[in-house]
Write a protein that binds this ligand. Structure first.
Ligand code: MG
Length: 305
């Protein structure tokens, strides 16, 4: 039986080394319709996150103030930063992935594959070689709530890799029900990808798969990394030890590099995504339905954003 202390559900004693027993869950903001896409800007000391149905992106700063970073966000969802610090965003409304340049203009990185529109890019990560990897489920075209209803033009819901030199888009996985969050292992030898298709199919799995990355371009050795026992996996991030911290129906679940459930952080609203932030990257920012939460941990995020 897992032991529950305050907000933590401990399934393995190793979880105690990753958490701070006295650190509580702080609600930093409430007022979103569906909060998503948190990304940390250490240089600006702020967190940017999406409020998808409200067509806006918000900015939280440590004094507690939240302001609109971008209105008319094209129903932006997942965000990350590339290795030059630029914001990279998935947009449901325009069915594309964009990069925000230093002058504020947007560059479209991808909006079609094999001459047909993408479904609705959901989440994105940039590898150290500059390649951009993103998922393309259909959530943003299922209704007019988080995008614009449309029939998919793609036959499958793919995971794509955008080549940093040629701009060429290639489908690296094509057999997901609904690919969603994704992250590389700290050494970038593995790519983890969530399948959230149980959102619309009770018989579908709620799991995260892991692949070996070959030459930074293709994926092999597909296997299931972990199954969630509550809700579905949406966005997630890795810590420096290779533990995976994922959104789930009852909060945040932490899995060891071997895929063992170490523990949970219980959150009162359904969690969609999370990221590590703060000067030491030891603060977990959690976007959960209407709210943004944070909790300090005894571990540190592996990625820049
Ligand atoms: Mg997502």
């Amino acid at each position: 039986m897992p032991q529950q202390t305050s907000i933590y559900e401990i399934h393995d004693d190793r979880f105690r080394q990753l958490t701070v027993a006295s650190a509580g869950l702080e609600e930093l903001y409430c007022g979103c319709r569906w909060a998503e896409g948190p990304v940390w800007f250490a240089d600006l000391n702020c967190l940017i996150f999406s409020d998808i149905p409200n067509q806006r992106m918000l900015r939280w700063v440590p004094d507690g103030e939240v302001s609109v970073f971008r209105s008319q966000s094209n129903f932006a969802n997942g965000n990350t930063r590339d290795r030059e610090g630029r914001l990279v965003s998935c947009e449901h409304g325009s069915r594309r992935v964009t990069r925000t340049e230093i002058d504020g203009s947007l560059t479209v990185l991808a909006d079609s594959f094999e001459g047909k529109k993408l479904n609705s890019p959901n989440d994105v990560v940039v590898r150290s070689d500059g390649s951009v990897w993103f998922t393309d489920p259909t959530y943003g075209i299922l209704s007019d709530y988080e995008g614009y209803r449309a029939e998919p033009e793609q036959a499958t819901r793919n995971v794509y890799r955008l080549d940093p030199k040629t701009g060429e888009l290639s489908a690296v996985v094509t057999d997901f029900g609904q690919p969603n969050g994704l992250a590389f292992s700290p050494d970038e030898s593995k790519l983890y990808i969530a399948d959230s298709s149980s959102s619309h199919d009770v018989n579908a799995p709620s799991h995260i798969r892991v692949f070996d990355v070959v030459d930074g371009t293709t994926l092999t050795n597909d296997r299931v990394f972990c199954n969630l026992d509550k809700g579905l996996p949406d966005g997630f991030r890795m810590d420096v030890h290779g533990n995976l911290w994922t959104s789930a129906g009852d909060g945040v679940h932490c899995f060891s590099p071997e895929g063992e459930l170490l523990g949970k952080i219980l959150v009162p609203q359904t969690v969609a995504n999370l990221t590590f932030g703060g000067p030491r990257k030891n603060r977990l920012f959690i976007t959960a339905t209407r709210s943004l939460y944070s909790v300090y941990l005894a571990t540190n995020g592996a990625s820049l954003s």
